[in-house]
Design a protein. Structure first.
Length: 387
């Protein structure tokens, strides 16, 4: 029996429709950057340095810290950078932030970004450049894509993503039968979702992703969650762990402060060290309905720099030392007072005071003080909660 055609009557395709179909077939969705970063022939570990919400041009961006981050990446062979928007403050007329409060105008901001990141682009260190709402507002009013021009200027237009970046990071992995392991990651500037739950929607861009990251919210949050995943290739159902990340900011100016989006600490980046390891839970759940993956990413945050401003760093160290010294004096004073009180009482009772007695008393009081301090540390949060 011959298969009947679905439609008896068909539309006659005109030359215009045929031409449009041809154009549609060659059209690519430029809103999503789809890329592959293959390091399987070199590294089993990568350092992903996420930089977002610099707001170059605002008074509160510490350029010294940003320069140090850039130098770290330049001198770390396995480091890669993702720039996730709002690199420029671009305060213009009718914008919510005030253009007259910026310490540099948009053209200067753009040039500073080019000066900062062109050296990274030359070493192929930048794997994604996503536009933020501050750059998009210029596009909406003028039709000029400032970050696309920035990407072109540093010869990195191939990694420019107006909205999403969907990248497969491939690392060397001795535990894998192929000797390599693919770690899909998704990144986006962010669209105003008020907390980390807004990051979860990035999973729709790549359902197999392990790391989903946004900026925009000016606060650092990390959430590891377990989620079901169906592998269409093997036909198996897996449980997998996904890391959702909201990035810190490094600037924002007066508008950010008014909206309580001020910088809590001067950190223009978040660095994730990523590698692939054998899953210790794989054998335990092998053969069950929802299996564990045999190879999984191991991810941890890492510090990548020290204070660039040595004078400021020394000032903080001196302050800390003064606090420690004052506390030690306070504790020693309390110890001496207590020992003298007890010795006085013992003398009144006719007890002979020897050096060994004083040492024993000192040790006992120190133990008591230590227990009291531990009790304060444990009880303080509880008492605050009651208040």
């Amino acid at each position: 029996m011959q298969r009947q055609d679905r439609f008896k009557d068909k539309l006659v395709l005109t030359d215009g429709l045929k031409h449009y179909k041809e154009r549609y077939q060659i059209t690519q969705d430029e809103s999503v950057l789809k890329g592959v970063v293959d390091e399987s022939f070199r590294f089993d570990t990568a350092v992903l340095v996420y930089i977002s919400d610099l707001h170059i041009g605002t008074f509160d961006l510490d350029i010294n810290w940003l320069i140090e981050v850039t130098n770290y990446v330049l001198n770390t062979p396995n480091a890669k950078v993702l720039l996730l928007g709002d690199l420029l403050n671009t305060a213009i007329l009718n914008a919510v932030s005030n253009m007259y409060e910026d310490i540099a105008y948009p053209q200067e901001q753009w040039q500073i970004a080019v000066d900062l990141f062109s050296s990274l682009a030359k070493q192929d260190k930048i794997i994604a450049i996503c536009a933020g709402n501050h750059e998009r507002r210029v596009y909406k009013q003028t039709g000029i894509e400032t970050l696309r021009q920035f990407a072109h200027a540093i010869d990195a237009e191939n990694v420019y993503a107006p909205y999403y970046a969907n990248i497969d990071l491939i690392l060397k992995c001795s535990d894998s039968p192929t000797g390599m392991f693919k770690i899909p990651i998704v990144a986006h500037h962010g669209d105003g979702a008020g907390n980390i739950t807004g990051v979860k929607k990035l999973q729709t861009v790549d359902s197999g992703s392990y790391i989903n990251t946004v900026g925009h919210l000016h606060k650092e949050q990390l959430l590891v969650r377990s989620m079901p995943y169906y592998d269409p290739v093997s036909g198996k159902k897996y449980k997998k762990s996904v890391l959702d990340v909201v990035l810190p900011s490094a600037g924002g100016g007066y508008y950010a402060k008014e909206k309580m989006l001020s910088v809590n600490y001067k950190s223009p980046y978040l660095a994730l060290e990523v590698t692939a390891v054998k899953n210790p839970r794989f054998e335990k759940f092998k053969g069950s309905e929802w299996e564990e993956e045999e190879i999984v990413p191991a991810i941890r945050t890492i510090p990548i720099m020290k204070a660039a401003d040595t004078a400021q760093k020394n000032k903080h160290i001196q302050t800390a030392n003064r606090i420690i010294t004052a506390k030690e004096k306070e504790i020693n004073h309390e110890l001496i007072v207590k020992i003298n009180d007890i010795v006085r009482w013992m003398k009144e009772q006719g007890v002979e005071i020897t050096s060994s007695v004083r040492v024993a008393l000192s040790q006992e009081i120190k133990k008591e003080q230590s227990q009291e301090r531990r009790k304060q540390i444990v009880l303080t949060p509880v008492e605050r909660e009651k208040e």
